[in-house]
Design a protein around this ligand. Structure first.
Ligand SMILES: Nc1ncnc2c1ncn2[C@@H]1O[C@H](COP(=O)(O)OP(=O)(O)OP(=O)(O)O)[C@@H](O)[C@H]1O
Ligand SMILES: O=C(O)[C@H](O)COP(=O)(O)O
Length: 405
């Protein structure tokens, strides 16, 4: 990979710097429930304001599908970022157009503004050049500090970087360096644990992982999709019916390549997606019609812990269950504790990533026990897979980046 143009080598004094951050943090009831991504990003802003720049922050939050939806407003993030920075971060209730331009056009040195959710506009995900142009007028330089969005070719991660001097931010660079170091020649056997709910955007990654890892442990909504592909009834569980063929192909490839796949043999089912919902443990092939699988069961948890104790490297993205709802975090927390213990005993290199995955490790109180914790989930998986990430590729290709240095 060609070297990334580093914003730390640029004189930013008096410049308006646009930063693409990933402040897509877990939320509940309009409040931030895990601030890891915000806390990791704050030093990037501070380093720029200390050097005389004003800062315009771009981020998405959730998947509002191109429509303005107050549930996904970035406004609550401004307060949390202000606390982390120890400085006011002004929220601007749009990311393009007159109001946004007026705000970003009148920034004093050292001032910081956070714009409204980029994904309120369809042009963001469409990687639309015109939308990127409308974003680019907010500043003189562009910085991408969102490693966890680097797998997305969106207007704010790719198109904009072709329109103005573009640099990598310090936390993006730190993530790349850390993952390169940890994954260049991982100690074998390597186990990957993939769970969570973003089945359709992550399932394809598993195909290539079967040739990179020795054991593939599948949990969460991802596991439900595999169980459904095996023909098991899924009741009202979250799963992706359209991915059945891909799931079957992955299982066939894994068998051909000698990659062991671990799927749940028992699951915790509940009547509703709610904390303390009426629940019980059933075999994974016997989910009742009116129940949903919200966690893997105790037998599966023990099998996963045993598989991790045979591994020398663990790569983990996506919780095993709906961990944010009591008691459906039991498997995730037990596995997290077991992995952290082995890591601290020097028997395992444990690398985990993802917005909710990090929140789950924080919930289990074991983040410090992991060898490395990335903010990235999908991007982390694609990095392991060996794919070029568009948000990083464009920075290395962009010749305009040297103009201001
Ligand atoms: N069995 C399940 N049914 C429904 N939701 C589940 C289940 N298991 C896990 N989840 C949900 O998965 C979500 C997290 O998945 P996700 O793929 O977003 O992980 P992540 O670590 O945040 O990765 P990324 O950073 O890529 O988003 C949690 O909100 C959790 O409730
Ligand atoms: O949480 C993530 O992985 C990033 O913020 C990307 O979110 P997305 O999967 O909705 O693009």
């Amino acid at each position: 990979m060609r070297p990334l143009p580093d914003i730390r080598n640029v004189d930013v004094s008096g410049q308006r710097v646009i930063i693409r951050a990933d402040l897509n943090v877990p939320m509940a009831g309009g409040r931030v429930t895990d601030r890891t991504r915000i806390a990791r990003f704050a030093p990037t802003v501070r380093a720029l304001t200390d050097r005389g720049a004003s800062v315009v922050i771009l981020t998405h939050l959730g998947r509002p599908e191109g429509e303005k939806n107050p549930v996904y407003s970035t406004q609550p993030l401004a307060g949390v970022l202000s606390e982390e920075l120890g400085q006011e971060v002004r929220f601007v209730p749009d990311c393009v157009g007159q109001l946004a331009e007026w705000n970003t056009g009148h920034l004093a040195e050292g001032e910081v503004v956070l714009l409204e959710n980029l994904r309120f506009y369809p042009g963001e995900i469409a990687n639309d050049r015109n939308f990127a142009l409308r974003l680019s007028v907010h500043g003189d330089l562009y910085v991408n500090d969102a490693f966890s969005c680097a797998h997305r070719a969106h207007a704010s991660t790719q198109a904009i970087a072709g329109l103005m001097p573009a640099y990598a931010g310090p936390s993006l660079m730190a993530e790349v360096e850390a993952l390169k170091g940890a994954l260049e020649s991982p100690e074998r056997p390597v186990a990957a644990l993939v769970g969570g709910s973003k089945v359709s955007t992550k399932i394809d990654v598993l195909t290539n992982l079967t040739s990179k890892v020795d054991t593939l442990i599948i949990g969460g909504g991802m596991a439900n999709t595999f169980l459904a592909a095996l023909g098991h009834p899924m009741g009202s569980s979250l799963y992706e019916p359209d991915a059945a063929k891909v799931a079957r192909d992955i299982m066939a490839r894994a068998a051909a390549r000698g990659c062991e796949i671990i799927l749940p043999s028992d699951v915790v089912v509940a009547a509703a997606f709610a904390a303390h919902a009426d629940n019980c443990v059933v075999p994974a092939d016997a989910i009742p019609n009116d129940r949903m699988a919200l966690d893997v069961g105790p037998e599966t948890t023990a099998r996963i812990i045993a598989a991790i104790s045979r591994a020398r490297t663990l790569l983990w993205n996506g919780p095993l269950g709906a961990f944010e709802l009591e008691p459906f975090g039991a498997a995730t927390f037990a596995v997290a504790r077991a992995a952290a213990e082995r890591s601290m005993a020097g028997r395992l290199v444990s690398i985990a990533g993802g917005g909710d995955t990090v929140a789950a490790l924080n919930g289990a109180g074991v983040t410090e026990g992991f060898s490395y914790v990335s903010t990235a989930g999908g991007a982390f998986l694609e990095w392991i897979e060996g794919k070029a990430l568009p948000g990083i590729e464009i920075l290395t290709r962009n010749s305009t980046s040297t103009r201001v240095a």
